[in-house]
Design a protein around this ligand. Structure first.
Ligand code: SER
Length: 891
């Protein structure tokens, strides 16, 4: 029988464990959560506990067991705008689920679920309801007859509520939900508020899906080979009921993160709806981001990586809204770990990657954010000059879409300038974008905001890139111009814009190689190209500013790349290929490129490897590359089919998607690799390749920074000149530096020792008078004093000395330096016999200063980083010792 109303507070951790053990007791195998990115082309993320088991439901693979139970990490992003605005929306959440693969069915699962909630968790039976699918009489009868639920608490609902499917196709079936009535105070107040209402009163606690059909592309339902069970119980809402809080964010899964975010920003939860929203969003998105990275997702511009990027960016923006304008996300990660790393050990295992990737993205976005702010300020200035106080929703949408500005941020900045944003226009643009996203991808939740760029790409097709050999062209035509997020016909001097050409020698950023810079000109009009990017698909845009004159669509222009910079990029790009090959040869064939950045001044190469590079390995790789440079081998490119390239063992990147026809870069006898970038003609053009940094950027991934060409010469020159200066200072040649510095350090150590002796002597000289003037506590001399920057060692020597002079003594001795306060407590034997406890004296005083310490009756040590309370503490020693003596007497 249920123990109605006896629900006790439990942590989410306990609830998770209770659920898993309960179903283990019913013969289920407990699986660890499967990864967030499923092995399933129809889904971007694991959206429910059943996803990893789909092949079993469909009968495509034989299950290892007939019953399973999991706490599954899930991500849903279709309703991201609602996260934080409601009590229940999340991107990342955990779904508790039990599964039957052709084994138990409705008759078993209904009473089991009931029993778990009422007997194991203590739900009040009278507040529970069940919903069932319209015609599911079977489920109805089990609820009535096996559970004893009164007829009026079993509701029949339609497809929207009680038929469940993971996607448009695949396994699906009618379901039955268990609903919990939170009470009238949670109601929306509408007269028809009841079971099935969207508000917070009738909470859907647990979904039991009777997985018995497969739906095909045409929507036809075919019975599955066997009947299955898939259930889903969101741990966040379960915890919110059990912990009797108002919403998921107030449970122990989120609250500590929220509290910390409040601490950092200085906002107080409950003070304002806006700041409450911000900290809720941050807590949600940060959990999701950490878990995604732990499962191997990296920020990028499409797929799961885009979702991750969006979540991190939204967090940064919401941070700004509550006044945090410095990187802060990483400082919340320890709190996420504290809550979640048991059982999700991956958060700890990949802790440093999570930290670095989030910090990096945060830093990068900080920059875009500033650009967006600049754009907005320009718009606001223009409005001011026209005496207008209305900012178009389209600009707000551009900021949202391209620069990742939430409407609230645009509104806030605008309102400071007395300008109002036309919200309706923004909403309309948003709707249009949603519409486009819905129709253009099955991954509607993750589609990047598409806009005029896609339309342009559809209209203009691919831009012809003819810059592998040439760096200038005279026969390009301006195909389109974009200014302020709008397609325009012309621009004039001073305008910032993006220009699309019919053909271009400018390389657009791709494959790690940065975009070209240079000049597009016609007559006296000069457009300075600051960067070149792929706008959408194969459409290239030149980003920059018109320095003079006018430019219009249709004009014939000359396009000239900054050739010196491009040459420097070429050297670094070919050097990257050579480095890749050299690392494979020196470290082993497991080395695979995980990412790269090729610029004019340096290259960055990320690859899989598990240990830091040894100095000899670095030298070996550099020497290997340099011998290929000296051999001055030709650098050839060939075009072949992808299949052919795979057969001939050309290196390709793991995750990269290649077309049918690929470009292969070959350094004969040394390296072959697929690549669309620009390269030198012969290896001799590269000069010396020097590795300047090797670091870890996550588990099993290392990052090397290296330089080539002029950058190497610069380093060589600056290093030799630095060595020369040092040589002049030290008066010896470079090969004698180590010995000379060792000698100087030895001198320094000797001086320090001498200095210490002198300070000890001078302190000890003054000790006698300090002891003579000491306060007496019941006859015991108390020396509570601070001794400059005295070290722990010195304090101890002082203490020993005091004990010699005064056999009935207790001391609290402090030394203060930049790191804080060091405390040593000592008590003579005689004082200890009377009840003095130096360890406790230290414990108490360190504690009062916000630090820690302790020890034995005769000796204790401690301290604090904060020295502000030191004076008070020294003064308090008397009272503490007196107290110790009084307690001793009473005993
Ligand atoms: N798959 C169902 C859901 O997500 C039950 O786990 O609700």
């Amino acid at each position: 029988m249920a123990r109605a109303g006896t629900m006790q507070w439990r942590s989410a951790h306990e609830l998770r464990e209770l659920f898993l053990t309960y179903f283990e007791g019913l013969g289920a195998r407990r699986y660890r959560s499967f990864p967030l990115v499923p092995d399933d082309p129809t889904l971007l993320f694991t959206v429910a506990g059943m996803v990893p088991f789909k092949p079993y439901f469909l009968g495509l693979r034989a299950p290892e067991v007939a019953r399973a139970v999991t706490a599954q990490k899930c991500i849903r992003t279709n309703d991201i705008e609602n996260v934080g605005r409601t009590a229940r929306h999340h991107t990342f959440f955990e779904m508790l689920g039990n599964f039957s693969f052709g084994d138990y069915f409705k008759k078993e699962v209904i009473p089991w679920a009931w029993k778990f909630l009422t007997e194991h968790i203590g739900f009040d039976e009278d507040r529970l309801y069940a919903t069932i699918y319209l015609d599911d009489d079977e489920a109805h009868d089990f609820w009535r007859d096996l559970v004893g639920l009164p007829e009026d608490r079993i509701k029949r609902l339609g497809d929207d509520d009680n038929f469940w499917a993971a996607g448009p196709t695949g396994p699906c079936g009618p379901c039955s939900e268990i609903i919990y009535d939170q009470g009238p105070e949670f109601s929306c107040g509408r007269p028809d508020c009841g079971v099935g209402c969207d508000c917070d009163r009738y909470l859907e606690i647990w979904n039991l899906v009777f997985m018995q059909y497969s739906r095909d592309e045409s929507g036809t339902l075919t019975p599955l080979p066997k009947k299955n069970i898939d259930t889903g119980l969101g741990i966040e809402r379960l915890a919110s009921v059990v912990q009797r809080v108002k919403g998921d964010f107030e449970t122990d899964l989120f609250w500590p993160i929220i509290t910390k975010a409040c601490d950092i920003s200085g906002v107080k939860y409950g003070d304002a709806e806006n700041s409450d929203l911000a900290v809720r969003v941050i807590s949600d998105h940060l959990r999701a981001s950490a878990f995604m990275i732990a499962d191997g997702v990296l920020p990028s511009n499409d797929g799961p990586g885009y979702v991750l990027r969006r979540l991190i960016r939204r967090s940064v923006r919401y941070g700004r809204l509550i006044g945090i304008d410095r990187p802060f996300l990483a400082s919340l990660l320890p709190v996420v770990n504290e809550i979640m790393s048991d059982p999700y050990v991956e958060l700890k295992e990949h802790g440093s990657a999570i930290n670095q990737i989030i910090s990096l993205e945060e830093e990068r976005f900080g920059h875009t954010l500033s650009q967006g702010i600049e754009l907005l300020e320009n718009e606001l200035n223009k409005l001011k000059s026209r005496s207008s106080a209305i900012l178009s929703g389209e600009v707000a949408f551009l900021l949202y879409d391209t620069y990742g500005f939430p409407l609230e941020l645009t509104e806030e900045i605008s309102s400071e300038a007395g300008v109002e944003v036309v919200k309706e226009e923004f909403v309309r643009e948003m709707e249009r974008q949603r519409e486009r996203a819905r129709s253009s991808s099955k991954h509607s939740s993750a589609v990047m905001a598409k806009n005029i760029y896609t339309e342009l790409a559809d209209r203009l097709g691919a831009t012809l890139f003819d810059g592998y050999e040439a760096t200038s062209s005279d026969n390009s035509v301006i195909a389109a111009i974009i200014r302020g997020g709008q397609v325009v016909d012309s621009i004039s001097s001073g305008d910032e814009a993006q220009i699309v050409l019919s053909r271009t020698p400018f390389y657009a950023e791709r494959g790690g190689q940065v975009g070209d810079t240079g000049v597009i000109s016609v007559g006296d009009a000069v457009f300075d190209v600051r960067d070149t990017i792929y706008l959408s698909g194969e459409l290239i845009a030149h980003i920059g500013e018109l320095a003079g004159g006018d430019i219009a669509v249709g004009m014939n222009v000359s396009a000239v790349v900054d050739a010196e910079r491009r040459d420097a990029i070429r050297r670094h790009h070919t050097a990257t290929h050579m480095l890749h090959e050299a690392l494979c040869r020196v470290l082993g064939s497991h080395v695979r490129q995980a990412g790269s950045m090729v610029g004019p001044n340096f290259l960055r190469f990320d690859f899989n490897h598990f240990a830091p590079l040894q100095a000899e390995q670095i030298l070996e790789a550099e020497t290997m590359i340099y011998s290929q440079v000296l051999a001055n081998l030709p650098v050839n490119t060939r075009v072949m089919s992808y299949a052919e390239s795979r057969k001939s063992g050309v290196k390709a990147l793991f995750e990269e998607k290649y077309g049918e026809v690929v470009r292969v870069l070959e350094i004969p006898g040394f390296s072959t690799e697929l690549c669309g970038g620009t390269h030198v003609r012969a290896t001799g053009d590269i000069g010396v390749v020097k590795i300047i940094k090797d670091e870890s950027i996550g588990s099993g991934v290392r990052r090397i920074n290296a330089i080539a060409g002029m950058a190497s010469l610069d380093l060589f020159q600056s290093t030799t000149s630095a060595l020369r200066s040092v040589s002049e200072i030290l008066g010896v040649e470079a090969d004698q530096f180590a010995a000379k510095i060792e000698e100087l350090l030895e001198d320094k150590r000797a001086l320090e020792r001498r200095n210490q002796e002198l300070s000890l002597r001078s302190v000890l000289d003054g000790i006698d008078s300090r002891v003579r003037n000491a306060v007496r506590v019941d006859g015991i001399a108390l020396i509570s004093d601070s001794f400059g920057a005295a070290s722990r060692d010195l304090l101890r020597k002082i203490g020993d000395r005091i004990k010699q002079i005064e056999p009935l003594s207790v001391m609290l001795l402090a030394g203060v330096d930049d790191d804080g306060v060091t405390l040593i407590g000592m008590a003579s034997d005689e004082a200890v016999k009377r009840g003095v406890h130096a360890g406790n004296l230290i414990k108490e005083t360190s504690g009062l200063m916000g630090g820690s310490g302790g020890g034995k009756p005769a000796m204790g040590q401690g301290g604090s980083k904060n020295s502000s309370a030191l004076k008070d503490i020294l003064a308090k020693a008397e009272g503490i010792v007196r107290n110790q003596l009084e307690v001793a007497v009473k005993k």
